[in-house]
Ligand binder design. Structure first.
Ligand code: GLU
Length: 419
């Protein structure tokens, strides 16, 4: 099986093949500009592997999150950094692409250990980042609190308060209203635009949805779609999945998640009184079952490679909205396309997060604080515009959404490289 980085390269090569972009530029895009690989010692003497990969800065300073995950590795960080270059280009942001990671399970650390680790990470890379150089943000396993610690550590090292070097901070530390829900909201905007193109019989209000992953991104898109009237029939987290044919009450699930950190104990709260009385509150599903359910919209919102050559034949959805980065492999994409399943790709569908980050960066630079409504309206405008540009390419060339998104993103970077 090819690696995540190889998969990303494959998607890039497919797009380059149908454009006039030269081989030199492809070579440039295949290699990150800089790879920082280092070890962090925690207070308890543990040594953790860590990375920051700066992929490309032709369109502006490097931009991208920092992931804390026990399976993180250099291949993954390189893939994620190149996806950031494409994502920022597609949304027409003045940024390039980067990504960082620490190979660690943050759930196993105390708050104090997490703080020490986050500060140590910044001490290792602080000379390589900056508001016009490389701007980190949260990703899987990292939070606004972690961004606050990092901002504080960086500010101490440079000798001045520097909020614009990080995005995804908490509001009282210079974060932006709306940034916490920006990725989920952006996914909704892309889905809305997509559904608006469908024939009228494809009723927007009654779509069934399955969401794989219930971290920041999965929980927020589930909540937004639930509030918009979609029926969320299945959700999952790393501990298990939950299925409710009549639709899950996402608000109740979120209440329980807030108290317990998990969704699997939420099932008793997520059902109607009648079903509880009948003794069959919910059927418990595995993550794999969820991916194969016959729903209208499947939303992978956790990690890469979950829809692959092994299960692509069994996917039961009509549309896949990629809220995770890289959840569908090229092998799976081919099978899904042949089966008529549409895939709205990560670099378009989940770019609301980095677009929200862009507006946080602007607010910090101008020392302004905008309202949530204002931020979300700006994200909506940017993503609607990006969607329409991709749609034009898709229709002109009669190609899939991912290929059209890659063509648009890579062409913008290539033109800037050639200037
Ligand atoms: N980690 C998010 C992503 O993968 C956000 C990155 C950012 O805001 O810089 O898009």
């Amino acid at each position: 099986m090819s690696s995540f980085f190889e998969n990303t390269q494959k998607f890039i090569e497919d797009a380059v093949r149908i454009t006039h972009i030269s081989g030199d530029i492809l070579t440039r895009l295949e290699k990150p500009d800089k790879v920082l690989e280092f070890e962090i010692s925690t207070g308890s003497g543990q040594k953790l592997q860590a990375w920051r990969v700066q992929h490309n800065n032709t369109l502006g300073p490097y931009k991208g999150g920092i992931r804390y995950h026990p399976d993180s590795n250099l291949d993954e960080v390189k893939a994620l950094a190149s996806l950031m270059t494409l994502k920022t280009s597609l949304a027409e942001l003045p940024f390039g692409g980067a990504k960082g990671a620490v190979k660690v399970d943050p759930r196993k650390l105390s708050s104090q250990e997490l703080e020490e680790l986050s500060r140590a990470y910044i001490r290792a890379i602080w000379q390589e980042i900056g508001l016009d150089k490389d701007i980190p943000a949260p990703d899987v396993g990292t939070t606004p609190q972690i961004m606050d610690w990092m901002t504080d550590e960086y500010s101490k090292l440079v000798g001045k308060w520097s909020p614009a070097t990080f995005t995804g901070k908490s509001i009282d530390k210079g974060g932006s209203c709306g940034r916490d829900i920006a990725t989920g909201f952006g996914g909704y905007v892309i889905l809305r635009e997509f559904l608006n193109l469908q024939p009228i019989t494809y009723n927007l209000k009654f779509e069934t949805v399955a969401v794989q992953g219930f971290g920041n991104v999965g929980a927020n898109i589930a909540k937004i779609l639930y509030e918009k009237g979609f029926k969320i029939v299945a959700i999952s987290d790393s501990k298990g999945a939950l299925h409710e044919e009549d639709g899950i009450d996402i608000k109740k699930v979120l209440d329980v998640k807030e108290r317990t950190g998990l969704i699997d104990r939420a099932k008793c709260y997520a059902v109607s009184e009648e079903r509880l009385a009948s003794g069959t509150p919910c059927r418990e599903f595995t993550n794999d079952d969820l991916l194969q359910m016959p729903v209208d919209i499947l939303i992978p919102a956790a990690l890469e490679d979950v829809i692959n050559g092994k299960n692509a034949e069994k996917i039961g959805a009509k549309v896949i909205l990629e809220m995770a980065n890289g959840p569908v492999t090229p092998e799976a994409e081919k099978i899904l396309t042949e089966r008529g399943i549409e895939v709205l790709p990560d670099i378009l569908a989940n770019s609301g997060g980095v677009v929200g980050s862009y507006f946080e960066w602007i607010q910090n630079k101008k020392r302004e604080q905008w309202s949530e409504d204002e931020v979300l309206a700006k994200i909506d405008e940017k993503l609607t515009e990006a969607f329409r540009e991709v749609q034009k390419i898709k229709e002109e060339r009669n190609i899939a959404w991912r290929l059209a998104s890659y063509v648009r993103a890579i062409t913008r970077v290539a033109e800037a490289i050639m200037e």
